[in-house]
Design a protein around this ligand. Structure first.
Ligand code: ATR
Length: 301
């Protein structure tokens, strides 16, 4: 039986006796590539498991997740809009999940629900796999919501030269700078906040960036957070523009391409965050058995 307010997407663990059952929960969820990604990892690592989808109603995440775990579910990935609900639900949070302020991976251990956030590690691994140098890089992060917050810690750990967080409302970016000040100091990173509008000013934004990451929700509605004036200050041909949205060349990516910069969507981040979740669930000893880049290449083909 699924949770009373969930769409029945055949993810009831009791329907799969003898198999460990996992799911991704989001709303909407029908578009999710997570089931196919985890199925490929399971094949690569010789794991017998089922991975399905759950679509709780907007206010029913906790009941849907509890019902899933009570029925024997082993682990869950969590996506928009439930990452904060997942954090609230977890009995135990990893340090990076606490810092990220959101949870994308849940699992049962010793009768408790554990929560972690693998998004930031996934982004960093995808960038490194694409040959992007993060050490000493000038990085601009667009957005100050949950998606941005989730990746700041792992980016700072790579010791870039600077990380500028730019948001429509400067106050939210300021809060994140305060929250991550200690980690920035530890890794000797100049961490700054800026209003998006300040990116237009050559006196405030005096140099272009090596890496610009779009973590705003603007991409979803096919807008870019960057004005034409800001684009000129930010991108040079050696820049790399990364949009966390996947499956399309977004308006943000098009702006970067027009300036001669290289671009990427966020599909690699999706695959890499899934790889971390898979290893949390199935054991880190399987790291050499799975090949996220091959899974990514197959998804792109
Ligand atoms: P998420 O968890 O996906 O990050 P969120 O917490 O609602 O979602 O945050 C959305 C982010 O996208 C915010 O940084 C928001 O800017 P504000 O804080 O100023 O609202 C940003 N955003 C959304 N639409 C945008 C747009 N059209 N242009 C620029 N920024 C946008």
């Amino acid at each position: 039986m699924t949770a009373p307010h969930s769409a029945d997407l055949h993810t009831d663990p009791r329907l799969f006796s003898g198999l460990d059952v996992y799911a991704v929960a989001g709303n909407p969820i029908s578009h999710s590539k997570s089931p196919v990604i985890h199925q490929r990892f399971a094949e690569q690592a010789g794991q017998r498991m089922h991975y399905g989808r759950l679509q709780p109603e907007i206010n029913s995440f906790a009941i849907a997740a509890k019902t899933f775990f009570d029925a024997g579910g082993k682990g869950m990935n969590v996506t928009v809009p439930f990452k904060l609900d997942a954090q609230a639900l977890a009995d135990v949070l990893t340090a990076r999940a606490r810092l990220a302020g959101a949870v994308n991976t849940l699992w049962i251990q010793d009768g408790k629900i554990y929560g972690d956030n693998t998004d930031g590690a996934g982004l960093v691994r995808d960038l490194l796999a694409q040959g992007i140098e993060l050490h000493s890089a000038r990085i601009l992060l667009l957005g100050a919501g949950g998606a941005a917050r989730g990746v700041i810690g792992p980016l700072l750990e790579q010791s870039p030269k600077c990380l500028v967080i730019a948001n429509r409302s400067n106050a939210k970016a300021d809060e994140l700078v305060k929250l991550f000040a200690d980690i920035a100091a530890k890794h000797e990173v100049a961490l700054e906040s800026r209003a998006l509008a300040d990116l237009e000013s050559p006196t405030i934004t005096q140099y272009p960036f090596d890496l610009v990451i779009n973590a705003t929700a603007a991409g979803l509605s096919d807008e870019s957070p960057l004005s034409a004036k800001a684009v000129v200050n930010i991108f040079v041909p050696s820049s790399f523009a990364y949009d966390m949205v996947y499956g399309k060349t977004t308006a943000f990516m098009q702006q970067a391409l027009q300036r001669g910069a290289r671009v990427s969507d966020g599909l690699g981040m999706l695959v890499e965050q899934a790889a971390d979740a898979f290893l949390l669930w199935r054991g880190s000893d399987l790291a050499s058995a799975i090949d996220p880049r091959a899974v990514l290449a197959k998804l792109r083909s």
